[in-house]
Design a protein around this ligand. Structure first.
Ligand SMILES: Nc1ncnc2c1ncn2[C@@H]1O[C@H](COP(=O)(O)OP(=O)(O)OP(=O)(O)O)[C@@H](O)[C@H]1O
Length: 364
């Protein structure tokens, strides 16, 4: 009930208060209108998943050249290409001889390992096949959708929609240096709430599909920002479709990324949509505070160990991103932090569902 009032207050705040209005570069009304038009267009035209020839994608990426490289994850490398007139991202599984980039924090294959040093090349085609399997069944304007894949080579390539504006991780942390001049690039509260809501909607889409899909790797680096500055959830390498193959679910070890991983998820039978809710809570704390999920330059390094005691003591102002002014509306201020706290509750049954979270955050 209390959250409904948050929803209304936040809605009015977004439409009337400057502090919750998206920045001029993504002007509130025009961006929303554009993205709605875009979303409708995308809904009307489902993507027809295509089979590509390996050689065509090799050519489109100039032989997987460094100049076309968008980034590197634990599974491999991602390249930009244009295929049949459409900008796409081509994901290529890792091989040790590929480009020599420094590793990023990667997902762990099993939570039983408490070590921070995740294996760099943990996957083969399995994660790519899994991603193809899941994304070929679900399409949504809130997801980084599958465009196609190759079948004619051992090196299976995955082709997904190209996201031109980086990741939520970049949006929140790329100006986290001491250089204050960068702070004017930081998203304001209107934009932060919108990105949180769009991410929540993406996860809700997965959880409410039949059968439900559990993403298992919700984190800001897996939320990509499209050309209309909307958030879309990507990277389905670890996702699991429930009720499909009981044996597979029972034998799949827990996985996720350190700092986002639900501490309740220690054996395969602890798998639940509430694991994603926990990770979303971490992501929401990240959005609220501008802090990384784990940052060893702070004590405690874990965002949840730092933020939750402060929220419980009512010290909300200490949790909000110090680089920008906190939300003006005290109700918004309180409720955003409370939603995050509910998501990361130890008792997973008491965590909200993603559809409840969507309702609470729904300011559009
Ligand atoms: N669809 C896309 N459009 C544009 N850039 C992308 C796209 N997908 C991935 N990237 C870029 O490639 C990088 C690596 O992405 P990838 O999904 O392989 O790994 P990750 O999510 O960053 O890490 P991990 O696989 O360890 O979870 C991303 O950080 C992003 O910069």
């Amino acid at each position: 009930m209390g959250y409904l009032s948050f929803s209304c207050r936040a809605e009015s705040a977004v439409s009337t208060s400057n502090s919750l209005t998206p920045s001029p570069s993504s002007s509130s009304s025009s961006t929303t209108t554009t993205s709605k038009k875009q979303n409708n267009k995308e809904k009307e035209k489902p993507i027809k998943i295509q089979h590509f020839h390996y050689s065509d994608l090799e050519a489109a990426t100039n032989g997987f050249s460094e100049r076309k490289l968008l980034g590197k994850g634990s599974h491999g490398y991602v390249y930009k290409a244009v295929v049949r007139g459409r900008p796409v991202a081509v994901k290529r599984p890792s091989r040790p001889h590929h480009h020599n980039l420094p590793p990023k924090p990667s997902p762990m294959v099993s939570s039983s390992s408490s070590s921070a040093s995740a294996p760099e090349f943990i996957i083969s085609n399995n994660e790519v096949d899994n991603e193809i399997d899941i994304l070929s069944k679900i399409q949504s304007p809130r997801l980084v959708n599958l465009v196609g894949f190759t079948n004619d080579s051992q090196d299976r390539l995955l082709v997904v929609e190209f996201m031109s504006n980086g990741t939520l991780y970049d949006v929140l942390h790329s100006s986290s240096s001491s250089n204050n001049n960068n702070n004017n690039k930081l998203p304001n509260w209107g934009r932060r709430v919108r990105l949180a809501l769009q991410t929540a909607k993406a996860i809700d889409t997965l959880h409410s599909s039949t059968p439900p899909v559990i993403h298992r790797d919700i984190k800001s680096a897996n939320v990509l920002i499209d050309r209309n500055f909307n958030a879309r959830l990507g990277d389905f390498g670890l996702a699991l479709m429930c009720h499909v193959d009981d044996y597979r679910l029972r034998s799949t070890p827990p996985a996720g990324t350190m700092g986002y991983l639900d501490p309740c998820y220690v054996t395969p039978d602890n798998l639940s949509t509430k694991n994603d809710v926990f990770s979303f809570g971490i992501l929401l704390l990240e959005i609220i505070s501008g802090r990384k999920a784990i940052d060893v330059t702070y004590s405690p390094p874990s965002i949840v160990d730092w933020a939750i005691p402060l929220i419980k003591k009512g010290k909300l102002m200490s949790v909000y991103d110090p680089r920008i002014a906190p939300p003006k509306d005290p109700i918004v201020r309180k409720q955003l932090a409370l939603i995050a706290a509910k998501c990361v509750r130890n008792c997973r049954e008491r965590r909200p569902s993603m559809s409840e979270i969507v309702n609470w955050l729904n300011v559009e």
